[in-house]
Design a protein around this ligand. Structure first.
Ligand code: AKB
Length: 311
C-alpha cells in the first residue's frame, strides 16, 4: 500500500484506522475522506461516496493504489431507512469498485456477521455457509461480498474484506448498529454504574476490540495474495458474548455495576437473526489472524481509557 484513500474516515473504525495507517505508512500517504467536514486530520477531503465522479476524481487526484471503503449505514439505521441505506451502501461500494477498476487500486471493504441469516449454523458459523440474511444491511453486505468477488474475477481488482463482528472501542462511538449496546454498557458503567440493555439476556453475538480489528485489516491488506483462497470477506471475531457476560467482566472492576434489560424489538430481532459465534479458522490459516484481546483484557483496557476520560 503506497497511497491509501479512506472513505468514512470520521466513523467508528475510520477514526482509529486512519491514525494507525498514518503511523505505519506516514501521514501524507493516507488521505482521509468523509461526507462531513473533519478538522485536524490533513490530508482530508470531503467526499460523498454516492457521487461516482467525485470518488474517481479524488482517487485519481491523489494517485492512490488502495481504497479502504468504510462509509456505510449500519444495521439498525439501514432497517429504519432501507432506501437511503441501499443508495449509500450499494451505490457507494459500486462507485469505489468502479474507481478501483479504472485506476488499478486494491480495495478493502468491511463485511459483517450480518451476512448470515436464520438458515446458517448459528454456533461456529463456518466461512462458507448459507447466506440468506433477513435484514437490509445483511442483504447489502452479502451483495457487497458478491460484487467484490465479481470485480476480482472479472476485472482482476484486488478486493479483500473482513466480516466484522460488533467492534468495541473507547475512541469514537459507533452509530446505528445492533452491537452498539456493548460500547454503551462500558460508557454507562463508568458514568452511572448502571445500564439498561436493549439486547435481551442470553443473546450471544460475536465481538472484537478495535485494536484487533485494526491489526486484522492491516494484516489482511499486507497478506501475500497467493495465500488468499477467499476473496469474499473472512470471518473474524475474538469472543462470543451476551450482555450478562460483559456485565460480569465489568464487575471485576466496578462491583456494584447494575445491568437490566428493556429489549428493543427492532434491534433484538436483528440480533436474533445473526450467528451466536463464527468459525474464524480460514482467516487464521490463510493470513495469520490472531486477536490479542479476550473479554477481560478488553474490559480492563476500555475501563482504563474511559475512567481516565471521566476523571
Ligand atoms: C452493526 O451492529 O450493525 C455492526 C455490524 C455487526 O456489522 N456493528
Amino acid at each position: 500500500m503506497e497511497r491509501i484513500l479512506v472513505t468514512g474516515a470520521g466513523g467508528q473504525i475510520g477514526t482509529e484506522l486512519v491514525a494507525a495507517l498514518r503511523e505505519r505508512y506516514g501521514a501524507s500517504r493516507v488521505i482521509a475522506s468523509d461526507r462531513r467536514s473533519l478538522a485536524d486530520i490533513e490530508p482530508f477531503e470531503q467526499l460523498d461516496v454516492t457521487d461516482g465522479k467525485a470518488v474517481l476524481r479524488l482517487a485519481g487526484k491523489y494517485k492512490v493504489d488502495t481504497i479502504i471503503h468504510l462509509a456505510a449505514m449500519l444495521s439498525a439505521t439501514a432497517e429504519a431507512q432501507p432506501l437511503a441505506a441501499w443508495h449509500v451502501n450499494m451505490g457507494g461500494l459500486l462507485n469505489v469498485l468502479e474507481a478501483a477498476r479504472e485506476l488499478n487500486c486494491s480495495v478493502f471493504v468491511p463485511s459483517s456477521i450480518a451476512v448470515f441469516g436464520p438458515g446458517a449454523e448459528p454456533n461456529g458459523t463456518p466461512q462458507t455457509a448459507v447466506q440468506r440474511p433477513i435484514t437490509m444491511y445483511g442483504i447489502h453486505k452479502t451483495a457487497g461480498e458478491l460484487l467484490c468477488d465479481y470485480y476480482y474475477l472479472k476485472y482482476g481488482v484486488d478486493t479483500r474484506g473482513l466480516r466484522f463482528p460488533g467492534l468495541i472501542s473507547h475512541a469514537a462511538p459507533p452509530g446505528g448498529g445492533t452491537t452498539d449496546y456493548a460500547v454503551e454498557m462500558y460508557v454507562e458503567a463508568v458514568k452511572k454504574k448502571a445500564y439498561t440493555s436493549y439486547i435481551a439476556e442470553g443473546t450471544f453475538l460475536d465481538m472484537m476490540y478495535m485494536p484487533d480489528a485494526l491489526n486484522a485489516t492491516i494484516r489482511l491488506m499486507e497478506a501475500d495474495p497467493a495465500r488468499l483462497k477467499h476473496r469474499n470477506a473472512y470471518n473474524v471475531s475474538a469472543m462470543s458474548v451476551d450482555p450478562a457476560a460483559i456485565a460480569g467482566s465489568i464487575r471485576r472492576r466496578i462491583p456494584d455495576f447494575a445491568l437490566d434489560y428493556a429489549p428493543d424489538p427492532l434491534r433484538q430481532s436483528i440480533a436474533e437473526s445473526w450467528p451466536n459465534s463464527l468459525d474464524t479458522s480460514c482467516a487464521e490459516e490463510e493470513w495469520g489472524f490472531r486477536p490479542q484481546y479476550d473479554l477481560d483484557r478488553m474490559t480492563e483496557d476500555m475501563l482504563d481509557h474511559l475512567m481516565r476520560r471521566e476523571a
